[in-house]
Design a protein around this ligand. Structure first.
Ligand code: TNX
Length: 512
């Protein structure tokens, strides 16, 4: 490879690049450190991508980059191929242990006239780095600088790594079902902004969305309903695996959630033996919460949970399994605690770390269990004192299903109206008073789907706010600034338009 770099170094024709400023590039999330050198790398048809080949994952990252460049610019770049005649410039994706950080997602970019060097310790870090590179490719090429069109990438150095190890978004596919393709499109958008976790809310009162082979009626019956009376739907295990793989190629883990012991009407309606309400069961397509519960004193219920966790764990590489546990208003408190403690053992038996909404901290949970804060900080504080890590999703600030304002077409407002600025101008790390920084696993933006049922509606609520949340979870608070952010956000329109994203055109942003 040294040879290739050297060969490329001997430029055939001297090009006079226009002055650039890497520090002004509209990158989101904003990188930790940017040092501009005011020249450019000319991405063109004679650019080749080389990667470290001792780790095949690095070559895959190179192929991913080549594919995005092909889709967008229609340039076919070699990955670990090409000859002296076909290669004049290179992008080298390099595995190295010396990126000056222990963070597995850290990367460094050195952008010069004839080479881009992307250093990362892991393929995951390299993948985050190529998102930065993608964001630096300009909309239009310069067609007069050389014999071929060149897309000028501003030169300089970027040193980057995230503040949070967990940067997630959630989609509720239970209230309304979203197809495999709709979910993939959302994952693509999340990957571009360096998310690394996608939490799927797979069951609720209104629907059960994942095939469980040992309990087939869950999908045959419970999968056929959704809010408003639509047809519902579910993922076969093969389809779920397809999503897991698709996300994994983007270094995003999928965290499956089966919500219990409340939010379980669809399961109990499919298998009445699970029910703990004693009331007459019927399919539910409304939007109330808190009326359903499993029978926490029945062995069959735990045999059921064991089967469900076992089957999902087997197709879910994420170390986490989310058991929900929220709003179990129809479960007696003692039963609830008993349930959470028993289910934690089941989750652990199948090799996973339990995650649950903040109510689970009422039980005696293991320090390895993660508490997902949404409404009651004291639960999270108590769990943190006992050693648990916390995922932060405070509804007033982080819920993607909250309306922007009273005129918003979709969404709810029980927690707050969340305009684009109030979604951005706060600090997750200090939001919960008294919660130590070491206890924070990360941040997640949940999107509940009572009021949305397709990609366009999903995107109206998620974008642009999910873009700002990506920055809250990646960039240190001292480096975040609303005025800088709103300018960079305005520059996302070419990407969002190219991706056909139905974002909400907030008046707070001077969209390009
Ligand atoms: C509360 S947040 C819920 C969900 C609803 C959401 C709507 C949480 C753990 N439970 O069941 O969908 O509000 O915003």
């Amino acid at each position: 490879l040294i040879v290739v770099v050297a060969a490329c170094g001997e430029q055939k024709k001297k090009i006079t690049y226009p002055e650039t400023d890497l520090a002004e590039a509209p990158l989101i999330p904003k990188p930790l450190k940017v040092v501009p050198t005011h020249s450019a790398f000319g991405l063109d048809a004679k650019t080749a991508i080389y990667t470290t080949q001792t780790d095949p994952a690095f070559e895959k990252v190179g192929v991913f980059l080549a594919q995005t460049i092909k889709d967008r610019l229609n340039l076919d770049l070699y990955v670990n191929g090409g000859t002296d005649e076909t290669v004049e410039r290179i992008i080298f994706i390099n595995q190295t242990d010396t990126v000056g950080s222990d963070n597995p997602e850290a990367y460094q970019l050195y952008i010069k006239n004839d080479s881009v060097l992307l250093n990362a310790k892991t393929a995951e870090g390299a993948f985050r780095g190529i998102q930065t590179l993608r964001q630096l490719i300009p909309e239009t090429s310069n067609d007069t600088l050389a014999e071929r069109p060149m897309w000028l990438i501003p030169s300089g150095k970027i040193i980057d790594e995230p503040i949070f190890e967990y940067r997630g978004a959630m989609l509720d596919v239970a209230r309304h079902f979203f197809t495999v393709d709709e979910v993939k499109k959302f994952i693509d958008l999340l990957a571009y902004y360096k998310y690394n976790a996608f939490h799927m809310h797979l069951s609720d009162d209104q629907g059960w969305r994942i095939e469980i082979k040992s309990w087939p009626k869950l999908t045959q019956v419970g999968g056929q309903t959704e809010v408003g009376g639509g047809p519902g739907g579910f993922y076969t295990q093969e389809e779920f695996k397809e999503l897991v793989d698709y996300a994994a190629e983007r270094y995003i883990q999928i965290i499956p959630e089966i919500d219990m012991p409340g939010h379980t009407n669809a399961a109990s309606f499919s298998y009445p033996i699970l029910d703990g309400t004693g009331k007459k069961l019927r399919a539910y397509t409304g939007t109330h919460v808190g009326f359903s519960t499993f029978d926490a004193r029945k062995d069959t219920v735990y045999a059921f949970v064991d089967d469900v966790v076992r089957e999902i764990a087997a197709i879910s590489p994420s170390p986490f399994f989310h058991i929900g546990g929220d709003e179990s208003h129809a479960t007696k408190k003692n039963d609830y605690i008993h349930f959470v403690e028993k289910v934690e053992k089941i989750v652990q038996k199948h090799g996973k770390r339990m995650v649950g909404w903040n109510e689970i901290a009422q039980a005696k949970i293991d320090p390895s269990t993660v508490v997902h804060l949404w409404n009651e900080p004291h639960h999270a504080l108590k769990a943190a004192q006992n050693g648990s890590k916390i995922i932060l999703s405070p509804a007033k600030r982080a819920y993607l299903d909250m309306q922007y304002d009273s005129l918003s077409k979709h969404g709810l407002h029980w927690a707050a109206f969340i305009p684009v600025d109030s979604a951005y101008v706060w600090d997750p790390a200090t939001y919960v008073e008294g919660l130590p920084r070491e206890s924070i696993l990360g941040f997640e933006a949940p999107l509940w789907s009572e009021t949305i049922s397709n990609s366009a509606e999903l995107e109206y609520l998620a974008f642009p706010r999910a873009i700002g949340y990506a920055e809250l979870a990646w960039t240190p608070a001292e480096q975040r600034d609303w005025e800088s952010y709103r300018k960079r956000l305005a520059e996302q329109t070419p990407y969002l338009d190219r991706m056909n994203v139905n974002y909400y055109p907030s008046k707070l942003i001077d969209w390009k």
